[in-house]
Design a protein around this ligand. Structure first.
Ligand SMILES: Nc1ncnc2c1ncn2[C@@H]1O[C@H](COP(=O)(O)OP(=O)(O)OP(=O)(O)O)[C@@H](O)[C@H]1O
Length: 689
């Protein structure tokens, strides 16, 4: 495109000389004055022409010239024609440049034509038009042929020729300058084209630059946007940091206050530590004194412990002596309260009183009977026992009275406690008790006490093991209440006594006891297997004897002593007579009652024989003790006699309806109570024996 344009410009130069000429005129005006070497009178061709024309313009005389056909031509006419259309060219105001090309170009061409030799026609025409020439011609034509005139004309001719020559020379110079100017213009053109190329290149470069700058701008805008985003992020971060900073400042303030508080605490603690340190030092100072005192105390403790063991042995000895002084068989009487089902009984309560309110040893029964004659007869019967418990006596109070007896088992004594009385008098309640803690009977309380005593004696070196057995004697048959068979009577059990005085029952379960809690399940198991038959006296009366045996073995790790004791808690079957039991008409009940009475009678006989043997003193060997008369007495052979302690608790009903039975029971108990069955002997071995 550039090349094409350039070529077009070059072509324009050739095709449009006017344009080049106009440019040249601009240059010619500049070159006119220095290039033309003229005398001061003639400044320019145009001036010369105008000077030549001036006489004709100023002259009022008409000028004529000869036309080609020889006819004179009036110049006035010609001038008039010209003046009608436009002012003469020499009267037009000069233009600053060659913009009014036609007029200026015509003037120059006319001047050029006037001085150009080759163009003779134009020269002659110029000479014809010159007023001087015309005057000269006119003068010549007028025939003024004086010699002076000829000389002057010749001179003028020479001058004119010289002037023409000068003009021609100037023209040559001008043409030369014109060519040079053209060349220079061409050079300038080329320079311009090169400059245009350069400009185009510069423009392209500029556009490239602009494009690059645009790209750069876009990149920068993108960067700016990223930077703006970053700025927002930084602002957010800054905001968060400021918030954090504020929180940290708050925390710092809090920490500072906490620090101050802690510092205060620390100071206080340090003061306390110093005080404690002083106290420790003070106490350490006393430590050696205390150490000496401690050693003395330890020695004294050893001495006291040895003394305590001796004292314990003395205590036990005295305790058992007291028990022996009380007699090896004792009888307590307990009257139960009226139970809910008895309150509406017509006969009401029996007249039972307890006159001895200090020692609680006496019970008095009163009755009033009418004789056949209609007179009433009052009967007052008084009995004395080791203890008499009124109906309101609690289970705890009852056990308090027997606890020392139970305790002696851990000293190696055999102890047997019987619950005796008619059916429904409260034997089972006394022995086993109710389900609640306050109504617990003698068996659970005795077991718990023995375990507690075992724990206490451990500090004195005693270690105890315990095992339990629960048997039933029904119709003179032994049943194992802890056995596994469904039928109680399925196994035949035999009683055996070895030479060491230990009694065993074949195939009977002996349960080791590690704690009192086991006793509850043991009693429940026995209760479920116990033989119960209904009678007229008690719907669930027990028609058998139950014997709970707790065997206690002890070993003193300090002294090497051993001991073995046995606690028998016997719930006897109802002691009522045949007539009262209503069993006379029932063969089975009759057999039960006969078996019960026989065994109870055998028990009475054994106790009586033991009393007799005791009375016999050293001759007691001759007295026969009928243990074998019943399974019960044979089972308890080693627990009834001189080496054991026996307690019989007589249970009585408070109801008047049972008055007769109560009286019989009291008489039986009194007989037992009056019996002395000798001195109890503990089964004990000395240490190292
Ligand atoms: N001290 C007492 N306090 C309150 N209730 C008692 C007391 N003694 C006995 N009883 C109640 O009297 C009723 C009969 O008592 P228990 O069954 O102990 O008589 P038992 O002599 O054992 O009769 P059995 O010879 O038929 O076994 C029971 O309901 C028992 O709860």
């Amino acid at each position: 495109m550039v090349g094409t344009k350039r070529q077009r410009d070059i072509d324009d130069i050739g095709e449009r000389p006017g344009k080049l000429v106009s440019t040249m005129y601009g240059a010619q005006e500049d070159f006119n004055i220095p290039l033309v070497d003229r005398p001061p009178s003639t400044t320019s061709v145009a001036t010369a022409s105008s000077k030549l024309r001036a006489p004709s313009r100023n002259s009022r005389a008409p000028l004529t010239s000869t036309a080609a056909n020889g006819q004179p031509i009036s110049h006035v006419t010609t001038r008039k024609k010209r003046s009608t259309s436009a002012p003469p060219k020499d009267l037009r105001p000069p233009t600053a440049t060659g913009i009014i090309k036609g007029q200026r170009t015509a003037d120059v061409e006319a001047a050029n034509a006037a001085v150009s030799k080759p163009n003779m026609r134009s020269r002659h025409k110029a000479e014809d038009d010159d007023p001087k020439w015309q005057r000269f011609e006119a003068q010549r034509n007028a025939g003024t042929s004086s010699h002076v005139s000829r000389t002057r004309v010749g001179t003028e001719m020479q001058e004119e020729r010289a002037r023409v020559t000068a003009l021609q020379s100037a023209q040559v110079n001008l043409e030369t300058q014109l060519r040079e100017t053209k060349n220079q213009e061409l050079l300038h053109r080329r320079g311009l084209l090169a400059a245009a190329d350069e400009l185009a290149e510069t423009k392209r470069m500029y556009e490239r630059k602009v494009q690059e700058l645009e790209n750069e701008k876009r990149v920068l805008e993108r960067k700016w946007k990223d930077a703006l985003d970053d700025c927002h992020l930084y602002q957010n971060d800054l905001k968060m940091e400021r918030e954090n900073n504020a929180a940290l400042k708050a925390s710092l303030a809090q920490q500072s206050s906490t620090h101050l508080t802690l510092q205060a605490h620390l100071d206080a603690s340090q003061r306390l530590a110093r005080t404690l340190q002083e106290e420790i030092e003070r106490r350490l100072g006393n430590a050696s004194d205390m150490q000496i005192q401690l050693e003395q105390t330890l020695k004294r403790n050893e001495f006291l412990e040895a003394e305590a063991i001796v004292n314990e042995q003395i205590r036990r000895k005295l305790h058992n002596q007291i028990q022996e002084l009380k007699g090896n068989i004792r009888v307590y009487v307990r009257v139960r309260p009226v139970v809910p089902g008895e309150k509406d009984e017509r006969s009401g309560q029996a007249a039972i009183t307890f006159p001895d309110q200090r020692d609680h040893k006496e019970i008095v029964l009163m009755s009033e009977t009418e004789s056949a004659m209609g007179s009433s007869r009052k009967e007052v019967v008084s009995f004395n026992f080791d203890k008499v418990f009124e109906p309101q006596t609690t289970q705890v109070e009852i056990f308090d009275e027997v606890s020392q007896l139970v305790q002696s088992v851990t000293d190696g004594y055999n102890v047997t406690i019987f619950a005796y009385g008619q059916t429904g008098s409260g034997k089972s309640f006394t022995m086993e008790g109710g389900s609640s803690g306050s109504t617990e009977g003698m068996i659970p309380r005795a077991v718990r006490q023995l375990f507690q005593t075992g724990d206490q004696m451990r500090s004195k070196g005693w270690e105890y093991t315990m095992e339990g057995q629960f048997l039933e004697i029904y119709n003179e048959t032994i049943n194992d209440l802890l056995g596994h068979g469904e039928d109680l009577d399925s196994k035949k059990h035999e009683i055996k006594h070895d030479k060491s005085g230990r009694t065993t029952v074949t195939d009977a379960v002996t349960m080791p006891l590690s704690g009192p809690s086991q006793v509850a399940s043991l009693l429940a198991r026995a209760q479920s297997r116990r033989s119960v038959a209904s009678t007229l006296m008690n719907q669930r009366s027990s028609r058998s004897h139950s014997v709970f045996t707790l065997r206690v073995s002890g070993f003193n790790v300090n002294t090497g002593e051993t001991c073995e004791g046995c606690l028998n808690l016997v719930d006897l079957a109802g002691s009522e007579r045949l007539s009262s039991s209503g069993a006379a008409n029932d063969k089975d009940r009759l057999r039960e009652t006969q078996a019960i009475n026989k065994s109870l009678s055998a028990l009475g006989d054994v106790i009586a024989s033991l009393g007799a043997a005791s009375d016999a003193g050293s001759n007691k060997q001759t007295v026969h003790i009928p243990y074998r008369n019943s399974k019960l007495t044979y089972l308890l052979q080693n627990s009834l006699g001189g080496n054991s302690k026996t307690l019989m608790i007589l249970n009585l009903s408070p109801m008047a309806a049972h008055y007769g039975e109560s009286l019989c029971s009291l008489r039986f108990a009194q007989k037992v109570n009056s019996t002395t069955i000798g001195k109890a002997v503990a089964k004990k071995t000395a240490g190292g024996a």
